[in-house]
Ligand binder design. Sequence first.
Ligand code: ADP
Ligand code: ADP
Length: 226
Amino acid sequence: TYALEINDLKKVYATGVEALKGIDLSVEEGDFYALLGPNGAGKSTTIGIITSLVNKTSGNVKVFGYDLDKELVMAKQQIGLVPQEFNFNPFETVQQIVVNQAGYYGVPRKEALVRSEKYLKQSDLWEKRDVRARMLSGGMKRRLMIARALMHEPRLLILDEPTAGVDIELRREMWKFLRELNANGTTIILTTHYLEEAEMLCRNIGIIQSGELIENTSMKSLLAKL
Ligand code: ADP
Ligand code: ADP
């Protein structure tokens, strides 16, 4: 099975901008996949469509076989999204934030509390569970965003520019964390404009430029070509 299958995906914004001009790509279950491209290439638009935050103009998207048009609820259950910007309520506590997220996905409260311990410990945030999110350091906030995205136990984790504006020490720490998560079976897709980041982490890579996928290959064969 594929974690993600995209066929002839197009997006024209209301402004007339053709952000995606017919993208085809598939990501296998268990993969660690990078979508690489410069600013304005269409990475966020692609992620937005997969996570149903942006309406597509045409084309087809399936997540673990669930068609976004026909089985949206099931498709959404499979995906955890880590947006680029912090978008939690800064006045809620760390544990409230992750437990509430599980609630949105229909996880019973008792189970959500159990999971919050698991994922906050895994993210090294359990000691901070009663702290308001605004008090956390930048690195802790990033880890909180990931822990929150894991609370409904998605099979596919999508991260939009996860290390943009992050210092090198924190970046290494996040890379290690993501590698472990992938080793434990979670399929990961991230967008980046750093080739080095894709190189450090990813098995396969798609390169997007002006709304077109100009390369879709293994990291190994891409590096062999350079
Ligand atoms: P739809 O997704 O239904 O096609 P749009 O996303 O095109 O709707 O509409 C959102 C509005 O936000 C647009 O009118 C556009 O002007 C504005 N907008 C947001 N981000 C950008 C951007 N990066 N470039 C240009 N316009 C933007
Ligand atoms: P990337 O994530 O690779 O930087 P985006 O998907 O954000 O690229 O943008 C692709 C193109 O679509 C750009 O030309 C951008 O200005 C445009 N765009 C993005 N969002 C909107 C929007 N809401 N409305 C209009 N144009 C947009």
